[in-house]
Design a protein around this ligand. Structure first.
Ligand code: NCD
Length: 353
């Protein structure tokens, strides 16, 4: 891959780079006008999303037959990926792993730094750079906000950069989750995501999925957002400011029952108590933010119920049988969407569609 002008020009130190607006940083994580490192939901334009949805649809289709699966499985058989997931993960890890396998990418993994030289005092940055020597792509989940971005920034300054794909970064972003969420909306609404009322529910303050999904809404027309949360866990001001800047109307409310009637999609989330400093979540009554079986009567026939999973009690299990509950499909969509993204990053997406 060619290094771009942005790459070769002198770059400021990390401390100066990190606080810059995302829109200024995006060129540094791009190559030849394409996304290279996937770190921010803001990197997905509407055109790119449409291209990735078409690629993901084609992948599902082509791989139904062995010939097609073999063809797709040869597209990146010369590539190796490292999955560096040092924060609990089941579905995102498995989803990326299987997406790699669909394309023939061979994989290795680190899930626990206690088995790496970090215990000998090596910095996480050096550890990751070491891994990068052996592979062609790093897929990374990390609890520290900015760490995935810093890795991409560091790697882009070396003579042998490899794409870095975020599988979830601290409380701030989870761009590929947002990708699979809009892919799910796209499939649920027959390709027409414009003019929809999207309701996001739960711990909006600390949930990175709802943050990334909010950013993606700028790509669609006449979207209305409702943020339903306990007072303690309201959506952060940076997202609200982003929505104002992009003229996306939103309301904040605790009246879940009131807003669900007009919802086209209800996006449920769990309480993110792993971020508690002193068990503060325990004092919050989360039960008004549950979706119960009886609520199925209150929502539109065409409304979809989504959840990034894992779930606790925020969606009653008996809701799963309703055709409007799409969260299990949403999970599977993730594998195809991530495979489409990797195919695009390595420039083989045109061989699938
Ligand atoms: C989410 C995450 O890790 O942010 N899970 C996921 O990736 N599907 C949501 C969560 O943990 O609540």
């Amino acid at each position: 891959m060619q290094r771009t002008q942005e790459m070769t020009s002198v770059q400021p130190d990390w401390e100066n780079f990190y606080p810059r607006p995302v829109s200024d940083k995006i060129p540094f994580f791009s190559r030849d006008g394409r996304v290279y490192d996937c770190l921010f939901a803001q990197q997905f334009s509407r055109d790119l999303l449409t291209l990735l949805f078409r690629t993901a649809d084609a992948l599902r289709d082509v791989t139904q037959k062995k010939d097609g699966a073999d063809h797709v499985g040869s597209l990146l058989s010369d590539k190796r990926a490292m999955l560096y997931f040092v924060q609990p993960s089941t579905r995102t890890f498995m989803s990326f792993l299987n997406a790699c396998h669909i394309l023939g990418v061979r994989t290795s993994e680190i899930r626990d730094t206690s088995t790496s030289s970090e215990v000998k005092g090596e910095t996480p940055e050096d550890t990751v750079r070491t891994f990068s020597s052996y592979v062609d792509m790093i897929i990374m989940r990390h609890p520290t906000p900015g760490f995935v971005e810093k890795t991409a920034w560091l790697m882009n300054r070396t003579g042998r950069p490899v794409p870095i794909l975020s599988g979830g970064s601290g409380k701030d972003q989870h761009p590929t989750q947002a990708l699979l969420d809009v892919y799910t909306l796209h499939r649920s609404f027959n390709g027409d995501i414009d003019d929809k009322h999207i309701v996001m529910v739960g711990d909006l303050k600390r949930g990175r999925t709802v943050r990334s999904l909010s950013y993606l809404m700028k790509n669609y027309k006449k979207i209305k957002l409702s943020f339903v949360s306990p007072a303690e866990f309201r959506m952060e001001a940076d997202i609200l400011e982003f929505l104002k800047r992009h003229n996306i109307p939103f309301q904040e409310t605790e009246d879940f029952k009131g807003v669900m009637k007009t919802a086209d999609a209800i996006y449920m989330t769990r309480i993110q108590d792993e971020h508690d400093k002193a068990g503060e979540s325990k004092s919050v009554d989360y039960s008004p933010f549950y979706f119960r079986k009886e609520n199925l009567r209150d929502i539109k026939d065409t409304c979809v119920i989504m959840h990034p999973l894992p779930r606790r009690h925020e969606i009653e299990v008996s809701v799963d049988d309703d055709p409007r509950a799409v969260f299990w499909r949403q999970e599977r969509n993730g594998m195809w969407a991530r495979a489409a993204l990797m195919a695009y990053i390595f420039g083989v997406d045109g061989k699938i569609r």
